[in-house]
Ligand binder design. Structure first.
Ligand SMILES: [Zn+2]
Length: 170
């Protein structure tokens, strides 16, 4: 595969990262139901189980684009914009249970499960509410999931690296 500048691909030489199969199924279902738009949501967990619960959030990129195409040149097929009320509610409820948001997920429709330059900018924004969260990307093509990666910050270098996301026992 020819590398695309600025894009982080899954590095298959890194050990795969396990996620409970039940959670992965929920994310797949969300991604397939949202096709041809991108889905987005959060995963909460704690120190014992990093990935415990999936929380769907609304992707409001199409609504933003239709209201103001100059400020929002992409629609929900090409990008996601997580509804703020949704993610604040998930965060508060997670904290109420002694959990925290441990991952953000979204889907790509058509292209692969890479961490795009736009995704990286979103994760690095100063107002991004979950700076220590991992980023999961699910690729949907032709009505099926064709790939999935998890992008985690390397604590030593501060940059993201991509690993394959694999289903583990629930
Ligand atoms: Zn993306």
């Amino acid at each position: 595969m020819r590398p695309v500048r600025g894009r982080i691909e899954v590095n298959r030489e890194l050990p795969p990262v396990p996620i409970p199969a039940s959670l992965l199924n929920e994310i797949w279902a969300h991604a397939l139901e949202s096709d041809p738009e991108e889905c987005c949501g959060l995963i909460s967990g704690d120190d014992v189980r990093r990935f415990r619960r999936v929380h769907r959030c609304r992707n409001e990129m199409t609504a933003l684009h239709e209201r103001d195409p100059v400020s929002w040149p992409r629609n929900g097929r090409e990008a996601f914009h997580m509804n703020e009320l949704d993610y604040l509610k998930v965060r508060d409820e997670a904290e109420g249970r002694g959990e925290r948001v441990t991952a953000v997920y979204h889907s790509h429709v058509g292209p692969g499960a890479y961490f795009s330059e736009m995704d990286q900018e979103f994760a690095a924004r100063s107002d991004f509410p979950f700076p220590s969260a991992d980023h999961i990307v699910i690729a949907v093509f032709g009505g099926s999931v064709i790939g999935q990666g998890i992008f985690q910050r390397d604590e030593r270098t501060g940059s993201f690296r991509g690993s394959l996301l694999v289903a583990a026992a629930p």
